[in-house]
Design a protein around this ligand. Structure first.
Ligand code: NAG
Ligand code: NAG
Ligand code: NAG
Length: 635
């Protein structure tokens, strides 16, 4: 490759200090020279990035070599890779922060500098960065650490974790007292001596420091870094209000179900739903014995498990089927070489009960580690993972700084569309897993209902968690008001209330909140993935002719755009752009729109909306809720 000797020269130049723009520019201000010196900084950084990719590759090979040493010597640890990545990002941002972007004429170069010069946690000084990682670990431990025990059986039983243990237990519980008890236990445990709250406060302090390094007076500018939008929260909030009429109908119907399921507790029929019940319902989206009644309880969804095992036999076969989905769109073909060298199965012990496939990025290669399990959920998940692989293959051609998604959640949104398409009866029929390419109308509503529980209840929670964090970060909520402010948001945006009186001393945020503290796994990203995902899905389905508004044979919820070259072209065009353009420009390619909107979700769930409105009327159930202020400032 031609750049290699060229880069060596640049490396030497860098050592002599010629690559610092200020010094080289002081003599004359020729922009070409200024650009060249800026490029030199980026080339040196790219070289270092290659070293990091090499480390990642060795880790992948070591993990998958079954103990056989492949490249000789011990592979680096994940921690070492993280440290190297941090150092590179940190130094590079510092070096680029003195570059005056106005003097760069090449728009691509300008964008690279802009994106690489600003950082989130990685912008912190080493000690602070270490502390931020410790705090993130502590918060992760609130979720997965084995630390909860109910007062009675503390002595006899091993403590449990919130997720997945307590979560799974709550899903099955039939007594409200037990749900409520678990709700308390976890919060009491992690916030004993204010631990949870003070961990959160320390972490927010670091997020604020990171923002000052970026020159952001408003800390949330750094939290929403690559959204490049003045008031991104307002845009998210407008989506929440857009889908609120649908949410309120679902909320009213589920409240009615909760009253029937827990009659002793006489929940108010015009009030909010209590948090433990909402959590339980959310966890039961696909559970066979939920506390809610699906629209047509007798019209069970056909079971896919048995046929899935017959047709798709092994996880490898599922992977290939998922890869084929993308090939049908005219996207990259995954070669035999990929399956031989870069697609590896996880060990059973590593995989655990809830394993997620992992994608590795070390250009020019991409690699996959997949779960050994074989079920419907894994099949859907692997379609999303294949989407990530495709994205990596297209964006790896781009220079450092632009070889990413244009904003957090963009890639997940694209993945979401394929997950939606591959789970339709039409697609399952294509895979010979279902005999018919559509469900009966009643089954269809049952399926939409469960999708609705899964998606519509979660979206406001992502928003609330994000808003609470950002409002605290920006100083709009004071420490004494944390808990009550949180409950006011739950009331306003979700119709959810605490199970009993709470006070400012408590700190009641849920486990999803802590999970979203890492910028890479933020609730903002999850929100984006869902909303933009449905927007993309709608557009892809229109483009492929698989969604014909008004035609009952082609509803949005049974749209499978498999084999559509039109959709393939749209996906390729967006993936190839990486971060070279603003995400609004990139989303416009597929959607013709430049803003987030709830339209995709509303059209997808339109039949459910109609059913809910009628059903609620029949049941004499009034959508909406009266605020019950159950949080007091002074305990
Ligand atoms: C070159 O550009 C820098 C930064 O914009 C400016 O401060 C300086 O005065 C310029 N020097 C000359 C010689 O024009
Ligand atoms: C940053 O600049 C320093 C001083 O010129 C140089 O030694 C270092 O390699 C540069 N690092 C990066 C990542 O650009
Ligand atoms: C498939 O659809 C046909 C016609 O709509 C229907 O008669 C048949 O019962 C369906 N089969 C299954 C297995 O649902």
């Amino acid at each position: 490759m031609f750049w290699q000797p060229f880069c060596l020269v640049l490396l030497l130049l860098a050592v002599t200090g010629d690559c610092v723009p200020q010094s080289s520019v002081s003599a004359s201000n020729h922009s070409a020279e200024y650009e060249a010196s800026t490029r030199r900084i980026l080339d040196v950084a790219t070289q270092r990035m290659r070293g990091i990719w090499e480390m990642r590759k060795r880790i992948f090979l070591q993990l998958t070599s079954k103990g056989k040493s492949t490249l000789g010597g011990q592979a680096p640890s994940k921690q070492e890779v993280d440290i190297e990545t941090y150092k590179l990002a940190y130094e590079l941002a510092a070096n680029l922060s003195v570059v005056s972007v106005e003097q760069l004429h090449d728009p691509k170069l300008r964008r690279r500098v802009q994106r690489l010069a600003k950082l989130q946690l990685q912008g912190l000084r080493p000690n602070d960065y270490e502390q931020s990682k410790d705090l993130l670990r502590a918060m992760q431990n609130f979720i997965s650490g084995h630390m909860i025990c109910n007062a009675e059986d503390c002595a006899n039983r091993k403590p449990t974790s919130m997720y997945p243990q307590l979560y799974n237990q709550n899903m099955r519980l039939k007594r409200y007292e037990d749900l409520r008890g678990n709700w308390y236990s976890w919060r009491n445990t992690i916030n004993d001596k204010d631990t949870a709250k003070s961990t959160f406060i320390d972490y927010v302090r670091l997020l604020r420091i990171a923002a000052t390094y970026n020159g952001h007076v408003t800390p949330s500018r750094t939290w929403y870094l690559n959204f490049d939008t003045e008031n991104f929260q307002a845009e998210m909030e407008s989506v929440i209000w857009e889908i609120m009429p649908l949410y309120r109908e679902l909320h009213a119907y589920l409240r009615h179900c909760a009253i029937k399921a827990y009659p002793k507790f006489s929940f108010k029929d015009d009030g909010a739903i209590t948090a433990p019940v909402l959590d339980q319902i959310l966890s039961q989206a696909w559970y066979h014995k939920p506390i809610f009644q699906t629209p047509f309880p007798k019209d069970q969804l056909p079971s896919v498990h048995h046929r899935l095992e017959e047709v798709l036999v092994t996880p490898v076969k599922i992977n290939k089927k998922a890869a084929e989905f993308f090939e049908s769109l005219g996207l990259n073909h995954m070669s035999d070489g990929f399956y031989e060298k870069y697609s590896r199965r996880m060990n059973d012990d590593e995989a655990g009960s809830d394993c997620k496939p992992q994608v590795y990025y070390f250009p020019p290669e991409v690699a996959l580690r997949y779960c050994p399990k074989l079920d419907y959920k894994k099949m859907m998940q692997i379609h999303g993972t294949m989407s990530e692989l495709q994205y990596n293959i297209y964006k790896r051609e781009l220079p450092l700084g632009l070889d990413t998604e244009p904003c957090p959640g963009f890639g997940s949104a694209l993945a979401e569309t394929v997950v939606l398409a591959s789970g339709t009866p039409r697609h399952l029929h294509r895979l010979k897993i279902l005999f018919n390419d559509s469900l009966t109308e009643m089954q269809s509503l049952n399926r939409l209902f469960r999708m609705g529980v899964h998606t519509l209840l979660a979206v406001p929670q992502y928003f609330i968690n994000d808003k609470f964090l950002v409002d605290v970060m920006d100083g709009r909520i004071g420490v004494q008001d944390y808990n009550c402010a949180y409950w006011r948001m739950q009331d306003k945006y979700a119709g959810v209330m605490p199970p009993v009186w709470r006070s400012a001393k408590d700190f009641d945020v849920d486990y999803r909140f802590y999970r979203g503290m890492h910028p890479d796994r933020s609730n903002t990203r999850k929100f984006m993935a869902e909303i933009l995902g449905f927007q993309f899905y709608r557009s892809f389905c229109l483009a492929s002719g698989q969604y014909k508004p008004g035609d009952p044979k082609f509803p949005l919820h049974n749209c499978d755009f498999y084999d559509s070259k039109e959709v393939g072209n749209l996906i390729r065009e967006m993936m190839e752009l990486g971060a070279t353009r603003h995400w609004r420009d990139t989303m416009e390619i597929a959607t013709g729109e430049r803003k987030l909107s709830g339209r995709g979700i509303l059209e997808y769930f339109a039949p459910l909306f109609t059913w809910l409105k009628e059903r609620n009327m029949q049941l004499d159930v009034e959508p909406g809720w009266d605020a019950d202020d159950l949080c007091r400032k002074d305990p």
